[in-house]
Design a protein around this ligand. Structure first.
Ligand SMILES: Cc1ncc(COP(=O)(O)O)c(C=O)c1O
Length: 470
C-alpha cells in the first residue's frame, strides 16, 4: 500500500492535527485521533467505504507514533466505525459493530447455587401489585387500533401529562427506561459526542454510550447528588447531554437534594447541554426532587419507569420533554415496532388509577425503606457507616472487590461486583440489592458483609456518601 495521501485524506489529517493541538495533551492522543475520525464520519465528511491512510502514513503525516494510530484504529474498529480487510486496507464501515454489553454481562446471571441472591437490582416479586383484577378489566377493552394512531393511549397520555413533574412539550411511552435511554441516545448522539454521566452508574448505560462511540465523562456523586466541581470540569468538553438519576440512584441510593438541584441547574443553564433524567425507581422512591425540568425549561428529557413499582415485565416507561427530541424518538419508532403494546398501556393506566394497586405500591415503598434502614443500622453496629439513601440498592465500600465477592459467595450470598458500574476505576465497592432482604435476615448478613468488606480490619466510612449525611 502506498504512503501517498490524497486530497481528501489531507483534510482528515488537518482536522486531526487541529484537534491534537487544541486538546494540548489533556487527552490521550489515540482518543483524540479516534473521536476526530468518528466525528468526520458522523458529519458525512468521511463516507462509508472511504479508504483511510495506513497506520504508518497517518502517523508520519501527524508526527505521532504508529502505536498511537493503531490504538485509535482499534477503538474505532471495536466501535464498528472502521473495518480493516487485508489488502483492501482500512475503510469506513457502513454499519455499527458488535456492541457486546461487557459491563452488563459482567453482572452475571444464574444464581441458582447461591442461598441468597442480592446481585440483581430487581424489585421483590412479593411486593409487586397483583395484576389479576386489572388484567380482567383490560381484557374486555376494545383494542383495535390503526398503525397510524397516536402511539400513546390517549387516556394514559392525559394521566401522564397531568402528573408529569413539569409541563412537557411532548410525551411518549416506550418499553422501559433502558429502551428510553437507547432511543434518546441514538437520536441525539453521534460517534465522538461528549456526554456527562454520573459515575458510578447503571452498567448498560455505559455500554450503550461506548457502543455509540461517545466520549463518556464521569461526574462523581456525593450524598447530595452530582458533584458540582465535576460538572464544571465535564462541561469543558462541550458535552451534548448529561445523564442523571435524580432519585434512588443506582447503585449509590443517592437522591439529589433541592439545593444541589439548583446548583446543577445553574451550571447547565448557560450551556446547550440536554439533561436526561432516568427516574427508574418512580413509585418506590421518596427522593425530594423528581426533576430539574422546572429549573431548566425546554432542556430536560425526563424518563419515568414503572419496572420497580409495577413490575419489570410490564416493560413500560414514559418519556417527556422537548418535542424536538421526543418527536424524533416517535418518528424513528414508526419505522420499527411503532408503539408499545396498547394492551400493556391500558393495564398500566388501570393500575395507576386503582386504589388497591396504589396502596400496594405505597406498602412496597415502606417495606423497602424499612429493610434498608434495618440493614444500615446493623452494618453500622459492625463499623460500616453509610448514608441513608433510597431505593433498592446499597453501595458498600470494600477493601478488595474480588475477595469480598469470594467471601460472600463462600457463605452462599451473591452480590454485584462494583467495577461494571464505573468507567474502569479501581474495584472498591460491591452493590447489594437490600430491597430483596427480609429484615429477619439483616443481622447475620450485616456481620458477614462487614467482615467481607474488610481486608485489613479497620472500620469503614463510604467516601462522600456517608456517614449518615443523607
Ligand atoms: C438506573 C436504571 N435505569 C434503567 C433501568 C432499567 O429499567 P427498565 O426495566 O425500566 O428498562 C434500571 C434497572 O434497574 C436502572 O437501575
Amino acid at each position: 500500500m502506498s504512503d501517498h495521501l490524497d486530497d481528501d485524506m489531507k483534510s482528515v489529517v488537518a482536522a486531526v492535527r487541529a484537534m491534537l493541538d487544541s486538546t494540548g495533551g489533556n487527552r490521550r492522543e489515540s482518543e483524540t485521533v479516534a473521536t476526530t475520525i468518528g466525528r468526520l464520519v458522523a458529519s458525512g465528511d468521511l463516507r462509508p467505504g472511504d479508504r483511510l491512510p495506513t497506520v504508518r502514513t497517518l502517523a508520519k503525516a501527524l508526527g505521532i507514533s504508529p502505536t498511537t494510530v493503531s490504538e485509535a484504529w482499534r477503538s474505532l474498529s471495536s466501535a464498528g466505525v472502521i473495518t480493516t480487510n487485508g489488502r483492501n486496507g482500512t475503510r469506513v464501515r457502513a454499519n455499527a459493530g458488535t456492541g457486546a454489553p461487557t459491563r452488563y454481562r459482567a453482572l452475571g446471571t444464574g444464581a441458582d447455587e447461591f442461598r441468597i441472591d442480592l446481585s440483581s437490582g430487581i424489585p421483590d416479586p412479593t411486593l409487586l401489585p397483583d395484576l389479576g383484577p386489572s388484567m380482567a378489566r383490560v381484557g374486555r377493552a376494545d383494542l383495535t387500533s390503526s398503525y397510524l394512531d397516536d402511539p400513546v393511549v390517549p387516556a394514559l397520555g392525559e394521566h401522564l401529562a397531568a402528573t408529569w413533574p413539569f409541563p412537557a412539550e411532548s410525551l411518549t411511552v416506550v418499553d422501559g427506561c433502558l429502551d428510553a435511554l437507547d432511543r434518546i441516545s441514538t437520536e441525539i448522539l453521534a460517534f465522538g459526542s461528549a456526554v456527562l454521566v454520573e459515575e458510578p452508574t447503571f452498567p448498560p448505560l455505559i455500554d450503550l454510550l461506548e457502543r455509540l462511540g461517545c466520549e463518556v465523562i464521569g461526574v462523581g456523586v456525593d450524598a447530595e447528588g452530582p458533584i458540582p466541581a465535576d460538572v464544571v470540569r465535564g462541561l469543558e468538553a462541550q458535552p451534548v447531554a448529561f445523564f442523571t438519576q435524580p432519585r434512588a440512584h443506582n447503585p449509590t441510593g443517592v437522591s439529589i437534594s433541592e439545593s444541589r438541584a439548583r446548583v446543577v441547574a445553574d451550571l447547565l443553564r448557560p450551556t446547550g447541554v440536554l439533561l436526561i433524567e432516568d427516574d427508574h425507581a418512580w413509585g418506590i422512591t421518596t427522593g425530594p426532587v423528581e426533576s430539574l425540568g422546572d429549573l431548566l425549561p425546554g432542556r430536560v428529557v425526563h424518563i419515568r419507569g414503572f419496572s420497580k413499582s409495577h413490575g419489570p415485565d410490564l416493560r413500560l416507561a414514559a418519556i417527556g420533554g422537548p418535542s424536538e427530541v421526543i418527536g424524533r424518538v416517535r418518528a424513528r419508532r414508526m419505522l420499527g415496532a411503532g408503539w408499545s403494546s396498547r394492551l400493556l398501556q391500558l393495564l398500566l393506566l388501570d393500575m395507576l388509577s386503582d386504589e388497591t394497586v396504589i396502596e400496594a405500591i405505597a406498602t412496597a415503598r415502606n417495606v423497602y425503606s424499612s429493610r434498608r434502614r434495618r440493614f444500615l443500622e446493623r452494618l453500622r453496629s459492625h463499623g460500616i457507616a453509610l448514608g441513608e439513601g433510597d431505593g433498592l440498592n446499597l453501595w458498600v465500600p470494600v477493601d478488595d472487590e474480588q475477595s469480598a465477592l469470594v467471601a460472600l459467595a463462600a457463605a452462599g450470598v451473591r452480590v454485584a461486583p462494583g467495577a461494571p458500574f464505573t468507567f474502569g476505576r479501581r474495584a472498591d465497592h460491591v452493590r447489594l440489592t437490600v430491597g430483596l432482604l427480609p429484615e429477619s435476615e439483616a443481622d447475620w448478613l450485616a456481620g458477614l458483609v462487614a467482615s467481607a468488606a474488610r481486608a485489613g480490619g479497620a472500620p469503614r466510612v463510604s467516601r462522600g456518601l456517608g456517614p449518615m449525611s443523607m
